[in-house]
Design a protein. Sequence first.
Length: 240
Amino acid sequence: MDELTTLRQNVETVRSRMADALAKAGRKEGDVLLCAASKTRTPATVRLSAQLDIDLFGENHVQELVEKTDAGAYLQKPAHMIGHLQTNKVKQTVGRTALIQSVDSDRLLKAIQKEAAKQDLCQDILLEVNIGGEASKSGVAPEALWPLMEAAEALPNLRVRGLMAIPPADLSEDDARRAFAAMRTLFEQAQGRGYTRARLDILSMGMSDDFAAAILEGSTMVRVGTAIYGARYYPPKATV
Ligand SMILES: *Cc1c(COP(=O)(O)O)cnc(C)c1O
């Protein structure tokens, strides 16, 4: 089977599982965006997939975001930054992506503000929350979320659009569901806190193994890699 046909079948399968979960949750079709997590995939593969029923792309590395944008691989669809962002990569990222989903520190907020001001634009961001355990390295602890929200509110060149989470991969199905439910609670609390600059309409959670559970708990954007593109290949590290 050619690559496009395989990708099309995979996207159709993901879409139908999304529709099932939406129906089960009593939510409307179209309530959840499908973000294709395209890290490690070539520009050619990403370009093929961009013809399909995918709403947007998510990259983990600025270099891949730049390379695939320059190659026209996303075919006018948005590409978000979803991977851990180092402060020294902020300069290349701001203004190149509609949404930075992985902001988890005051330092990063300040770096984004500085660069966005320099470029005279407003950068949309999500705050990434470390939900479901200390095993996860990225994300702000839930108890530190409100101070970070308040810090973001004070920065004129960025706008918080919502929250993102990656629960630890080794959670049981029940625990993953509980982690997603905890995220939904935080999201609703954030919406109720009367922030004036933030526009809280995105709850980004759910990956290949757990996107149905995330949709049942209120996700508005799932980030799916393996279920669309197949297993990722990472070259083995050289050993000495
Ligand atoms: C890789 C990645 C995904 C997708 O993971 P899969 O298990 O391949 O679906 C989603 N979100 C982030 C932040 C990722 O790095």
